[in-house]
Design a protein around this ligand. Structure first.
Ligand SMILES: *Cc1c(COP(=O)(O)O)cnc(C)c1O
Ligand code: SF4
Length: 312
């Protein structure tokens, strides 16, 4: 993946944020790579019935609106595709995807993803309008990083149209906006303002985070991040173990360290502010990693928040 950084992110890097620089600064691969497979999650092949759709789980489908993003995160699972125009959907692709969703009524939730659906606000607004007409679709999710990468762009005319489409949609059915945040440095005053704008649409706000070595594999950093998101009305939904995709080796943390951090966060933070810690097992789904309150499969006792053993 090449390097692409917005003016907003460049300002943060210039002001000395290592956490932002490590997420976005391009680095050459050194020596041999540990993870050979590119499409390790099988998105392109087994689970894609129609271009753009990934239908892995019965009731919900992921719709990749494009491979365009306003900035390129070096740890992205789809790093080999991001920025490529090959993910753009033609009118026919969109029609086929809508037909598939309409003809598959067990799909009650559509997750607009990419790339970033907010990188192409006009396309996304049109997709939302088409989805409103499908009665079996009860919930719509949108995953985006634009509010953290180019927060001022939310005031542009096409973005305002998208936000008003979301506002209209949120009157009729649940709309969830998932922002991707890794580090408290990212939550600048402009980002606060952008998140507030999104919240005003009536959409529910959630976040997702990826564990990144040298960026956020630290209990104080993540406590600060999740608490700050919670204060902004954003509920931390998932924290992922970094995917085993080629080129991401430098970001992967030891799983035991991640487990210790998440266990400590469960003690420190309000329950609502603690995301579910998952690993996206290739082809299987997002499997929760157990926290260290239980000993293996023995459910007769657990450890409490003071690390004391308690019989149940
Ligand atoms: C992550 C994902 C979903 C959504 O999973 P949830 O656990 O409901 O958040 C749906 N489809 C695909 C292909 C996914 O990768
Ligand atoms: S915004 Fe999302 S899809 Fe785009 S590069 Fe970053 S993580 Fe990947």
């Amino acid at each position: 993946m090449d390097q692409r950084i917005t003016r907003h992110l460049a300002q943060m890097i210039n002001r000395g944020s290592d956490a932002v620089e490590r997420q976005y600064r391009w680095q050459p691969l050194i020596g041999s790579t540990l993870f050979p497979e590119d499409d390790s999650l099988g998105e392109e092949t087994r689970f894609s019935p129609v271009k753009g759709l990934v239908h892995k789980f019965g009731n919900r489908v992921l719709w990749k609106v494009s491979y365009r993003c306003v900035a390129h995160c070096q740890f992205c699972t789809r790093s080999r595709q991001i920025g490529s125009p090959q993910g753009d959907l033609s009118a026919d692709d969109i029609r086929r995807a809508l037909d598939y969703i309409t003809a598959t009524p067990q799909i009650d939730e559509v997750i607009l993803s990419g790339g970033d659906p907010f990188a192409t606000p006009r396309v996304t607004a049109n997709l939302l309008h088409s989805l409103f007409d499908i009665r079996s679709v009860k919930v719509i999710r949108l995953g985006t990083r634009v509010p953290l990468q180019a927060p001022q762009s939310l005031s542009s005319p096409p973005m305002r149209t998208l936000l008003s489409t979301i506002r209209h949609a949120a009157c009729h059915r649940p709309i969830f906006i998932l922002v991707n945040a890794q580090h408290p440095d990212e939550l600048t005053p402009q980002v606060h303002c952008a998140l507030h704008k999104l919240r005003q649409t009536g959409a529910s706000m959630l976040s997702q985070t990826v564990f990144l070595r040298g960026v956020n594999d630290d209990v104080d950093v993540l406590a600060d991040l999740f608490r700050s998101l919670y204060y902004l009305g954003v509920i931390p939904y998932y924290i992922y173990r970094c995917d085993y995709v080629r080129g991401l080796e430098r970001f992967v943390c030891p799983i035991e360290r991640e487990q210790r951090i998440m266990t400590e966060l469960r003690r420190r933070l309000s329950g609502i502010a603690v995301p579910t810690y998952v690993v996206d097992v290739p082809g299987r789904g997002k499997i929760p990693v157990p926290l260290a309150f239980w000993d293996g499969t023995d459910l007769s006792h657990c450890r409490d928040f003071d690390d004391q053993v308690v019989a149940l």
